[in-house]
Design a protein around this ligand. Structure first.
Ligand code: PEP
Ligand code: MN
Length: 288
């Protein structure tokens, strides 16, 4: 006799907002970032420095992540820093560098937008808008970005529940933008040995509750580059559709998030392992 509880369907059934809910599109959504498709069989790797710092830093880092198999280049030009005295990003100049690096390497680019007044400007330079953890419930920003025709990478608020997160995504969809990718990036818990606690549960939970693609950011999730390869592999094994990784050609000199940024060589080694994990679960890593 088997255990009865094994046959009970425990799939999470929640009363989620209608547009993000899995029932609205059981087949799943594929988000197209300038030809790169996120949410299908192929796993998409986005990588780059936390912040765009200089032409040299960006072009060297971009070339290395491209060579190792990243498909999208990510770099911040407007940075949400805890201290007002920390490097705030290069702004428009950083966006220009990012656009150039994207063209040179053939990678679509992603960058963060923090304010409704920045949406139009950032949208002129990038292929995908990022909304960061601290702005996940910035409702005017969500509405403005939702009216943009660009795909959006919406990071989970570090203190947001899944319900709050799905409602934030609903804001984007309610404005007509269907091209939304979710990103688990770690939440605050009592644990202090890592920067955040990467909530791997969120991957299958979101996969059950919404049709939107789900990626993971193990760089912020751990805050420590030595932990990033293990959590990247775990994220793919748990069903993530992609990863967002911070890489810097000289992390010790980074103006932002250096300790969690991978060296290009480590990124390359990790990519080879990720290929094996992808194969083991019947998927593959997208190559440009
Ligand atoms: C980032 O991606 O560099 C960033 C600031 O992330 P988060 O919004 O998740 O803290
Ligand atoms: Mn960062």
């Amino acid at each position: 006799m088997g255990n009865d509880s094994c046959s009970i369907d425990t799939t999470i059934k929640a009363n989620d907002p209608e547009l993000v809910s899995k029932s609205a599109r059981p087949e799943g959504t594929i988000v197209d970032v300038n030809g790169i498709k996120i949410g299908g069989k192929e796993i998409v790797i986005m990588a780059g420095p936390c912040a765009v710092e200089s032409e040299e830093q960006l072009s060297k880092t971009a070339a290395s992540v491209r060579a190792a198999g990243a498909s999208l280049l990510r770099g911040g030009a407007f940075k949400p820093r805890t201290s007002p005295y920390s490097f705030q990003g290069l702004g428009k100049e950083g966006l220009e560098m990012l656009e150039r690096a994207g063209t040179e390497t053939g990678m679509p680019v992603v960058s963060e937008v923090m304010d409704t007044r920045q949406v139009e400007t950032v949208a002129r330079y990038v292929d995908m808008l990022q909304i960061g953890s601290r702005n996940m419930q910035n409702f005017p920003l969500l509405k403005e970005a939702g009216r943009s025709s660009l795909p959006i990478l919406l990071k989970r608020g570090m203190m947001a529940t899944i319900e709050e997160y799905l409602n934030a995504a609903e804001y984007l969809l309610s404005q007509g933008n269907t091209q939304v990718v979710l990103c688990e990036r770690g939440i605050r818990t009592f644990e202090s040995s890592t920067r955040y606690t990467l909530d791997l549960n969120a991957i299958p939970v979101l996969k059950q509750r919404t049709h939107l693609p789900v990626i993971v950011d193990p760089s912020h999730g751990t805050g420590n580059r030595s932990l990033v390869p293990a959590m990247s592999k775990a994220s793919l094994a748990a069903g993530a559709d992609g990863l967002l990784l911070e890489v810097h050609f000289r992390p010790e000199e980074a103006l932002c998030d250096g300790s969690q940024s991978l060296y290009p060589e480590d990124f390359g080694m990790m990519m080879r392992d990720l290929g094996k994990i992808a194969e083991a679960i019947g998927r593959s890593i997208h190559v440009l």
